[in-house]
Ligand binder design. Sequence first.
Ligand code: FAD
Length: 307
Amino acid sequence: VFDVLIVGGGPAGAAAAIYAARKGIRTGVLAERFGGQVLDTLAIENFISVKETEGPKFAIALEQHVKEYDVDIMNTQRASKLVKVGKRIEVQTESGAVLKAKSVILATGARWREINVPGEQEYRNHGVAYCPHCDGPLFKGKRVSVIGGGNSGVEAAIDLAGLVSHVTLIEFGAELRADAVLQRKLRSLPNVKVITSAQTTEIHGDGKKVNALSYTDRNTNESHKVELEGVFVQIGLVPNTEWLKDTITLSRHGEIEVDARGQTSLPGVFAAGDVTTVPYKQIIIATGEGAKAALSAFDHLIRSDDD
Ligand code: FAD
């Protein structure tokens, strides 16, 4: 029986594991892919105290740091169910194993919703980006497009307009869906063009990096090509909570609802990182939240009469 079982091996899960293990309690990490989204990231320049690193390098550093402690890492295992059985919490894996724990920290992260057009995968990290806070500065002085006219797309366009030379915002629907105040701000910017009723059809490149984007005008059916160096896909972040639907309270976006201590709706179950309702999905925030969830789990353990 684990004192703390962490599901997810990204920045939040790794931080939780280190904080839990440092309390001398029996700690396990179950992860489908240790490292998480960081494995798909090129440059990281905003993890404070590390001026610059690369995603895969950061992921190795996370794992090495966790391995400094007595943590049972179960990698390439996917959790499929969480159930409370008496005082224990059980996590079942897709391979059929059942892990028992006194407390659980959910840190299964999220994934960016993809547009699924030719060029998206090929130029991922080579002009196709998903996170303006992370990758915006890499496009300084260049031309970019933002796909998606909801709050995150319009926020991204406003943010990027201050860094890049020009932003083309592309929205599938006839109107932007962002809050009016954001739309006003967007329309006041001289270097932003908004195109609505536009379906992105392809991201083009020279074999190495992005150089254009094609879209179809849904009113006229005409195809257009925009020359640019970067494409930010902003059509939503999907939390990895499909397997928790029946056991934990989720927000309407599918995020795990947590309180200020990372406590979920199920006593003894905590959550941290991109999978939760905590805003701003960033590594430094996920690690902080992971540390917090571990301390909360420890607090929970010393207050329960379970042994
Ligand atoms: P994740 O990193 O998503 O990790 C989730 C973990 O849970 C993984 O190990 C995954 O395999 C596992 N998992 C999921 N489902 C299950 C399951 N059912 N069973 C078991 N395990 C499961 N942030 C920055 O601060 N700076 C940047 O420069 C930056 N660049 C980015 C670039 C890209 C391309 C992307 C995609 C993201 C970037 N981010 C950046 C965001 C950052 O990566 C995330 O905020 C951070 O990784 C969140 O950490 P997490 O631990 O909450 O989740």
